[in-house]
Design a protein around this ligand. Structure first.
Ligand SMILES: NC(=O)c1ccc[n+]([C@@H]2O[C@H](COP(=O)([O-])OP(=O)(O)OC[C@H]3O[C@@H](n4cnc5c(N)ncnc54)[C@H](O)[C@@H]3O)[C@@H](O)[C@H]2O)c1
Length: 287
């Protein structure tokens, strides 16, 4: 079926990006966030990001304006009642997501409405279970940051997800200009199971004084041909999100080697969350 309206939960880095690419592909988007400042910030990010696409000649001014006009914001979940598809991208917290999926399942009862989650690591099966009778319509649709630029969407069916819903998720990701690749529902899927322990190890290396952050990142960039060092990437992802993902890996894979590095946790406690707070491992005065 055609998707006319997409509901996006969360106006943060990821929800904002997902809303932007959906709107740019012609879908009307309504973004729900419980926090008014997040909504204001998201509006600014959309304007800036679309302007960059225009500047680079990748989008006409008219198309950028049309995309902006297709995005609405709300602080009331009920406003998502007419969605043909939802993508949840709120904080990486299993109980917050479970609560929202329970509400979404009760509100969006049409059997063709897909309830997708952008979780980085939480079990899709666990989130689907919270959706009760709508569990077969729940799927992992894992975008990457920054969404408008990154090509991949990791598609993760829960145990309950119907094959039709999985296929439709692959089709939608393709329509949004992304490359969908499927992974099974195990903690961290593929991307974060491989990436996040490396980031965590970089924090251990820093904590143990093996090298300073600039050197750790420089060595990984030049030595492994990474476009960004692991500590810079952690700032970009959000140090709080990194800790949350490590917690899910430690629990889900039942292995202490996935415990978050104490220094990483300490920075989060101090409110140094990375780009989004202007300081994490590194400092970002302009943010
Ligand atoms: N940051 C990344 O690189 C990345 C990549 C892929 C997936 N993800 C996943 O995407 C999700 C969002 O991550 P993010 O980086 O955009 O986080 P973020 O902190 O930038 O944004 C989260 C947003 O959720 C809102 N929120 C929190 N609780 C809410 C609630 N109960 N109801 C409505 N809104 C609520 C917050 O106000 C905030 O605007 C997480 O599940 C994360 O694991 C993140």
């Amino acid at each position: 079926m055609n998707i006319t309206t997409m509901g996006v939960l969360g106006a943060g880095q990821m929800g904002g990006g997902i809303a932007q690419i959906a709107a740019a592909s012609g879908i009307n988007v309504i973004v729900f966030d419980s926090h008014a400042p997040s909504i204001e910030r998201c509006k600014g990010v959309h304007k800036k990001s679309l302007a960059k696409f225009v500047e680079k000649g990748k989008l006409s001014q008219a198309d950028a304006d049309a995309a902006l006009a297709r995005i609405r914001f709300t602080q009331s979940l009920d406003d998502l009642a007419k969605s043909d598809w939802v993508v949840e991208a709120v904080v990486e917290d299993a109980s917050v997501k479970a609560d929202l999926f329970k509400k979404l399942a009760a509100m969006l009862t049409r059997d063709d409405v897909v309830l997708a989650t952008n979780t980085s690591s939480i079990s899709i099966t666990q989130i689907a279970t919270a959706a009760g009778a709508a569990a077969h319509r729940v799927v992992g649709m894992h975008f990457f940051n920054p969404v408008p630029l990154m090509a991949l969407v990791e598609v993760i069916p829960a145990i309950q997800t119907s094959p039709e819903v999985t296929q439709r998720t692959i089709d939608l990701a393709t329509k949004l200009g992304k490359t969908p690749l499927k992974a099974n529902d195990r903690a961290g899927f593929i991307s974060n199971r491989v990436l996040m322990p490396m980031i965590n190890e970089a924090f251990y290396a820093w904590m143990e004084g093996v090298a300073e952050p600039e050197a750790i990142d420089g060595i990984m960039k030049l030595g492994c041909n990474f476009p960004m060092g692991p500590l810079r990437l952690a700032d970009f992802i959000g140090l709080d999100t990194c800790v949350n993902i490590m917690n899910v890996l430690a629990e889900g894979l039942n292995n202490d080697r996935y415990r978050a590095c104490p220094l990483l946790k300490q920075l989060v406690t101090a409110g140094r969350l990375g780009d989004k707070t202007g300081r994490g491992v590194f400092t970002y005065p302009s943010k």
